[in-house]
Design a protein around this ligand. Structure first.
Ligand code: PLP
Length: 426
């Protein structure tokens, strides 16, 4: 392997692409996009916990913070609220996987907050979806009167002005249904607005929102990037032509520099342990996500087939299955949905049970699915969604599929529904 100094700070992914004459696969980049940050012979990454970093010994080499070029300063460390080596390594991998420079945050909501503060719109059009983002918009309304509009309401969209934000979550929480990004890009262009996308439910390789016109792609890295239910993180990836200074915005500082500078003051940086766990987890992102997505698809297909056949416990107790694969466009190879999600749909789906009581009791009957909120981990979870979302229909359970054997998950759901049926009949 080439040494660190030969690779330099330009980014290993670019150098490897030049050496191979093509972009390397997603998994190769998951394992190698941070190689340029290796400044030790150890193969496994270190975890640097320092909050502060020594300045150069030689007085002539001292460059005050305000004189450094933020775009070229990846190996220049001062204080960990600005940036720290372990989280920077995590960002190096994510920048390659997401297709745009990535900035990490302490949580998904910290990332969403930083994005809204940075873009500073007067209005944000937002759909249903993750309720926490609505909470941030309410805080912003208190601070500066920001107006929240309904993304799915044409009359509301007509109120948007240049510089405002269309925020699209796809696939949606909690149903796993997708929304057409090209449609919203067109709207954003007509209105002079930014298109921001919460892509948490479909990490790479399931979806690339930059291909469909996103200006910023947001992820709760707590979910699939972490993947083991043991770390909080948030990520903003910036469309490349907006990221660097002097680009799309005619001489303005780039969005990468802008977001980093504002993060220094917001203070919502990732911890070093989380950055280290994140690096470890990203190595297996594609393996995990593809397995989880395949498992989910098999379970949804099985549930849908049972429901269609009738005369069984699934047909008796489940009256609706929601997932992108169940949307009508999924059966049309030329549809926006198949173009937007060519590698499969997300690992989360929702079931509507016959009554609220059924939804509340099903989780307690299962052996393999933990009854818990959140998603994206290797463990399958099920949640009576009313537990954490006051606005949702109380008959809904959300399922986040893990990496277990799908037949085991199927049999667990089947025995759980049977046990529930027996209990509620009596
Ligand atoms: C979990 C989640 C968030 C919030 O992320 P945190 O890391 O919990 O702050 C935002 N959007 C979606 C779609 C999520 O699932």
């Amino acid at each position: 392997m080439a040494s660190t100094s030969e690779k330099g700070a330009a980014g290993t992914a670019d150098k490897l692409a030049a050496a191979f004459g093509r972009q390397l696969s997603l998994s190769s980049r998951s394992v190698h996009a941070d190689d340029h940050t290796n400044d030790h012979a150890a193969v496994a990454p270190p975890m640097h916990v320092s909050t502060t970093f020594r300045y150069a010994d030689e007085p002539d080499k001292l460059v005050p913070w305000s004189d450094t070029d933020p775009d070229a300063a990846d190996n220049f460390w001062i204080y960990s609220r600005e940036k720290a080596p372990t989280a920077t390594r995590y960002e190096a991998i994510l920048s390659s996987l997401l297709g745009g420079p990535a900035v990490s945050y302490a949580s998904g909501l910290a990332a969403f907050h930083a994005m809204i503060v940075f873009l500073n719109p007067k209005r944000v059009a937002i759909g249903q979806g993750y309720h926490g983002c609505h909470g941030i918009l309410k805080l912003m309304k208190k601070l500066n009167g920001l107006e929240q509009l309904d993304l799915e309401n044409e009359a509301d969209l007509a109120k948007l002005q240049p510089g405002d934000v269309l925020h699209v979550e796809t696939p949606l929480n909690p149903t796993g249904e997708a929304r057409d990004l090209a449609y919203y890009r067109k709207k954003a262009d007509e209105l002079g607005c930014y298109l921001t996308v919460d892509a948490t439910f479909a990490p790479p390789p399931l979806q690339d929102p930059f291909q469909h016109g996103a200006d910023i792609v947001m992820h709760s890295g707590t979910k699939y990037f972490g993947g083991h239910s043991d770390m909080l993180s948030g990520v903003l990836a910036i469309r490349p032509d907006r990221a660097r200074g002097g680009g799309g915005d005619g001489g303005q500082p780039g969005w990468l520099q802008g977001l980093r500078e504002e993060r220094l003051h917001l203070g919502g940086v990732m911890g070093s342990l989380e950055g280290w766990l994140g690096v470890r987890s990203l190595r297996t992102l594609e393996l995990r996500v593809m397995r989880q997505a395949e498992n989910a698809q098999r379970l949804v297909d099985w549930l849908a087939a049972q429901k269609k056949a009738g005369g069984n416990v699934v047909a008796d107790l489940v009256y609706r299955i929601q997932h992108a694969s169940q949307q009508p466009e999924a059966s049309d190879p030329d549809s926006w949905l198949r173009k937007q999600m060519p590698n499969g749909y997300g690992p989360v789906f929702s079931l509507w049970l016959k009554t609220e009581e059924h939804a509340k009791r099903l989780p307690s009957k299962l052996f393999l699915f933990h009854h818990a909120t959140s998603l994206g981990g290797v463990e399958s979870l099920i949640e009576w969604r009313a537990m954490s979302d006051a606005a949702v229909d109380r008959r809904l359970v959300r399922v986040s599929v893990g990496v277990e054997g799908w037949e085991d998950l199927r049999d667990d759901l089947l025995q759980g529904l049977q046990a529930l049926n027996a209990e509620l009949k009596n």
